[in-house]
Write a protein that binds this ligand. Sequence first.
Ligand code: 6PG
Length: 248
Amino acid sequence: MTGRIEALPSTSALAQRATGLIMQLLNDALARKGRATIALSGGSTPRIIYERLGSDEFAGMMNWGDVHFFFGDERCVPPSSQESNYRMVKETLLAGGNIPERNVHRIMAELQPREAALQYEEDLRKTFDFAAGQLPSIDIVLLGLGEDGHTASLFPSSPVLHERARLAVEVFVEKKSQYRITLTLPVLDNAGTLIFLVAGRDKAEIVREVLEDNTRRYPAQLVRPVSGQLYWLIDAEAAAGLHSMEKK
Ligand code: 6PG
């Protein structure tokens, strides 16, 4: 299932579309349940989106006190590190002071990797009401796409691609020479809505392979929502190799 693919004319148009979709989905969840949850992706692509979401422009358009933020993955570095996804969120989404920091469920990646993963799983269990053996359903999960087809910190040939029991795991990423913590595929697949956010010409080939060429099985292709919606929001440069898509 590739879901709904939208090619946006520019990165700023991608950010505008993504922000609008996220706001709509959060408000829908708040209207249904009085609470909304979203897992943030890391890397550089989402920065502009988090800056907009956290800006004064949206402060009065959302009851941010009832929105809880999680992470799809985190690098095993201190929160002050330039590599920390939490630091990137603090510099963007939280910079405007419109979103309560207590609503951001940080992965304590400064701990030993396994300890960090177990702590994050415990946080998920405390926040979501699900029985043993069941999975949390995060309303929105944002995902990026690496040039090697990874998403979150699920990298090609990684043993954690086969993890079906745990919610979050520690994984050593050879090519990054770094431990990371990542949500597992069953949790991603159980999301209400999954949104891949991809921008830049360096992603054009992997976008084409992932969306139009099934000869290989990249981790991003393994993400299959059980019952949720799947969106691919891609800017023109990253969509340049696609033959069939809806141009917005
Ligand atoms: C991370 C991620 C990772 C990221 C992709 C794309 O922690 O790096 O979550 O999956 O989304 O590598 O990263 P860019 O947006 O920087 O291209």
